[in-house]
Structure formats: structure tokens, C-alpha cells
Design a protein around this ligand. Sequence first.
Ligand SMILES: Nc1ccn([C@@H]2O[C@H](COP(=O)(O)O)[C@@H](O)[C@H]2O)c(=O)n1
Ligand SMILES: C[C@@]1(CO)OP(=O)(O)OP(=O)(O)OC[C@H]1O
Length: 171
Amino acid sequence: MEPAEMIIPRTGIGLDVHAYAPEDQPCPLWLGGLLWPGERGLAGHSDGDPVAHAAADALFSAAGLGDLGTHFGTDRPEFAGAAGTTLLAEAARIVRAAGFEIGNIAVQFVANRPKFGPRREESQQVLSDAADAPVSVTATTSDHLGFTGRGEGISAVATALVYPRPHLPIS
Ligand SMILES: Nc1ccn([C@@H]2O[C@H](COP(=O)(O)O)[C@@H](O)[C@H]2O)c(=O)n1
Ligand SMILES: C[C@@]1(CO)OP(=O)(O)OP(=O)(O)OC[C@H]1O
């Protein structure tokens, strides 16, 4: 393969944090594309899912297309209450429309709860369906340290790998 035809992958990173909604304004918890009944919800202009948002941000970062705010700013009323999976699907569409294929996305969130392990496969399936690419999700606590340890909010960090769509030879 000639150097000019080499496909060079690009990595991206995304970080998102959402605080828990105030106790007098309760809302459902959406995390990793899943609804968690009985868990305290996170505040946000959209559904406040930091896992889906970090994944979308990592895609934009990898493609060099700005970030979540560039495409889904809080000044856009149509994204009020939007599902994280909707934002992730739209981010993937924008990245593909810019000429990239998506390799994979990896996300880790930091929270004391909910216990994620039992629903990992379900979450990964929902997010992978949204992105139409493999999404893996891991969870950790912060050993009771910091704002996640005090139960003030949930953070998530993601990496993504994209690569320019190869030009097929015209036969
Ligand atoms: N919300 C969470 C947090 C953690 N886990 C799982 O527990 C493991 C140990 O967590 P540490 O913070 O002590 O490293 C972690 O590797 C996860 O498998 C979880 O399921 N949900
Ligand atoms: C997703 C958007 C837009 O609805 O709102 P939030 O749900 O507040 O999420 P955040 O990750 O803080 O910022 C990105 C915003 O553009």
C-alpha cells in the first residue's frame, strides 16, 4: 500500500459529569442508555446520561468535529430531555457523514451506585445499537473520595477510535 493510501486511525476522548437532581426536583436516572428504577436521577438539559454523553464527545473529539456543545448546545430546545442514545446516534451519524468509520468506543463511569455489572451487557447492547459500533462500558467507585465518592454526581470518561473511510477503487 502506498503511503498516500495508508489509513491512519484517530483517537478521541470525552469526559462528562452530571450532578444528582435536587431532592425537591426528583427525576429518573438514565445511565449507560438504561433507566434505573429506584435510583436518584441526574440533572441535565437532556436526560443527563454521562456515559452516553462522554461516548458522543469522544466521537466528536476523534473526528475533530468539536464537542457535544458544538452540536447539541443547551440553546437548542429540541434537545431538551433528549435521550443519551439519541445524542450518541446523532453524533455517530455526523461523524460518518464527515467521512469516518467508527472502530469502537470505550466508556468508564465513576459512581458508588447503581451496581453496574449485572446490567453491563444490556447497556453495551443499547449503546452499540445507538452508535452502530461496539461500545464497551466499565464502572468503578472512587473509593468514597471526591464528588463521586460523596454521592454528589456521576462522571464518565470515554475514548473512541475512528478512521477515514477508505476510498474504494473504481472498477
Ligand atoms: N457503580 C459500580 C462501581 C463498581 N462496579 C464494579 O465493582 C468493581 C470494583 O469497584 P472499585 O471501585 O472498588 O474498583 C468494578 O471493577 C466494577 O466491576 C460496578 O459494577 N458498579
Ligand atoms: C446534552 C446537552 C444538550 O441537551 O445538555 P446536558 O444534558 O446538560 O448535557 P451536558 O453533557 O452537560 O452538555 C451537553 C449539552 O449540549
